[in-house]
Write a protein that binds this ligand. Structure first.
Ligand code: FEO
Length: 169
């Protein structure tokens, strides 16, 4: 069973995950608008992944007999100065989310809520991957600089990304 405090905190995180999805969807439209369809695809897949993160928490709250309360999702920005600027924002956003997940783990431990502590471990590992993938793309975009052909090659690579809904555990 979830304490009210834990339930409220996970509800906040569901909102943060849905905002992440919304942010990346906004980045997808930005990339579509500058004819970088591969980057747009990467963002669309990322938006789906964030929705999955939110739903994983949604399902957990329900499974624990708690109540999910959906709140308004903030309006995301809609423009970025360059692909590098967008990915620097992705990285900064993911670092912020890592902090939020760590706070949730701390709360679960304070509450002696072992089930939630274990549940959150998946998100702790996921954040390592999220930061590594955003950081890797920031590095690549810095190397690319103003080289248009290298940018188009990366666009082709990012166009291959797919997101498959993981099987239920
Ligand atoms: Fe749901 Fe990108 O962390």
């Amino acid at each position: 069973m979830l304490s009210k405090k834990m339930e409220k905190a996970i509800n906040e995180q569901i909102n943060a995950e849905l905002y992440s999805s919304y942010l990346y969807l906004s980045m997808a439209t930005f990339f579509e608008s500058v004819s970088l369809g591969g980057f747009a695809n990467w963002m669309r897949q990322q938006a789906q992944e964030e929705l999955f993160h939110g739903m994983k928490m949604f399902d957990y709250v329900c499974e624990c007999g708690g109540r999910v309360t959906l709140k308004a999702i903030d309006k995301p920005p809609s423009n970025w100065a360059s692909p590098l600027d967008a990915f620097q924002n992705v990285l900064a956003h993911e670092q912020k989310v890592t902090g939020l997940i760590n706070d949730l783990v701390n709360l679960a431990q304070e509450e002696r809520d072992h089930a939630t502590t274990i549940f959150l471990q998946w998100f702790v590992s996921e954040q390592v991957e999220e930061e590594a993938s955003a950081g890797g793309l920031v590095d690549k975009l810095k190397m690319i600089g103003k080289d248009a052909s290298a940018l188009f090659m990366l666009d082709t690579e990012l166009g291959q990304r797919t997101f498959t809904l993981p099987a239920k555990e």
